[in-house]
Design a protein. Structure first.
Length: 338
């Protein structure tokens, strides 16, 4: 049987089977609230691209790390800008994933049959959190050094479970190099894998919207690319006008910095509970998120009608916000007894 060709199709259209993108989706998919997940994905693409570039110059040894970041800032072609793009894209991804999470929670899109979609999302939020704390350690200035010291303290507190995060885990590689490995291979691979699962489920379960009107997915995808380019232009500009700085080489034994802003709520909790706060806070928050589809027992899926679960979610959100404010504006404290 010969290959069927359609003279009306463009070169790429035919060879890349682009018409497979012409399946119907609700028109609501192109509302800005439904773009938040796609924008998160776009920021993650930007993080991977800029991260690949930074990795060409970064030296993950405790002796060379700080100097290599200085090298990126001063010598690598466009290194200063690309590093700030990486920083601002991380901030963008955090804002978008949080807004997306709130939106799908509000719509109660975690209800049957979308529980796995929700859990894959919670997994990705957890991975993004880990990418942020491992990335913070890599800068290896005072803030980075203190982030690394928190990994060690967490590892020691949790015994065998956290042994990987202690220097004593192996003599052949420093902890910083192993954190670099996590940040650049295992965590992004897991994130991209879960994103594949998330997209597969959305493709086959359909988008959760009440909209009867339809458009083809290709139209939605083109809009999403347009909005993503605008978002990239914004972070590109922010990277110029507000470049991310680098502190002095670290001094061991002191704890004087505060972490990257998405982690400030954990810092606030540490102010109250000491080092256990950094373990307890994320475990409780992510535990709550995992439990959401199991706790909402109402049969309908009307947006906003969560019953008591809505009040509990508000309480959790308010607690995170108050802790964040306390972390941001409260005193800088020693947590590790360094
Ligand atoms: C890297 C992170 C993520 C990416 C790239 C992503 C991407 C997307 C996209 C493109 C959609 C379809 C459009 C929409 O409904 O908004 C979607 C839907 C969904 N996402 Fe995410 N998402 C991420 C994280 C999360 C998180 C953290 C959660 C919640 C814990 C979550 C839960 C859901 C659910 C339940 C749906 C189905 C909603 C529907 O069908 O309308 N996602 N996601």
């Amino acid at each position: 049987m010969g290959t069927r060709t359609d003279p009306k199709k463009g070169w790429l259209e035919e060879r890349a089977a682009l018409d497979a993108l012409d399946y119907p989706v609700p028109k609501a998919a192109s509302r800005w609230t439904y773009m938040l997940g796609g924008l998160t994905a776009s920021f993650i693409v930007m993080l991977v691209l800029t991260g690949l570039y930074l990795a060409q110059f970064y030296n993950p040894s405790p002796i060379g790390a700080h100097d290599s970041v200085l090298y990126i800032l001063t010598r690598a072609p466009l290194g200063d800008w690309v590093r700030s793009l990486h920083y601002w894209s991380a901030a963008g991804a955090v804002v978008m994933i949080t807004a997306h999470l709130v939106h799908v929670f509000w719509r109660r899109s975690y209800k049957r049959p979308r529980e796995l979609t929700w859990w894959a999302g919670v997994g990705m939020a957890g991975l993004l959190f880990l990418l942020i704390v491992t990335g913070s350690a890599l800068r290896y200035d005072q803030e980075g050094f203190e982030a690394l010291a928190h990994f060690v303290a967490g590892g020691e507190l949790t015994g065998t479970l956290g042994a990987f995060f202690t220097e004593g885990f192996t003599r052949s590689a420093p902890l910083l190099a192993r954190i670099f490995g996590l940040h650049t291979s295992l965590l992004p691979l897991l994130l991209v894998g879960l994103m594949g699962l998330h997209f597969w489920l959305i493709r086959h379960l359909g988008i959760h919207a009440d909209d009867e009107e339809r458009e083809v997915f290709r139209t939605h995808a083109i809009r999403l690319v347009g909005v993503s380019l605008l978002a990239f232009a914004l972070v590109g500009l922010l990277a110029v006008v507000a470049p991310e700085d680098l502190g002095y080489p670290p001094v061991a034994g002191v704890e004087i910095t505060k972490p990257f802003w998405p982690v400030l709520w954990v810092y606030g909790l540490e102010n109250l509970l000491g080092a256990w706060g950094m373990i307890l806070g994320p475990v409780l928050l992510f535990g709550f998120l995992v439990a959401v589809p199991l706790l909402d027992r109402r049969p309908d899926d009307t947006p906003g009608r969560h019953g008591w679960l809505g009040w509990l979610a508000l309480l959790v959100g308010a607690a995170v916000l108050v802790l964040w404010l306390y972390g941001a504006f409260g005193p800088a404290r020693q947590h590790l007894g360094m």
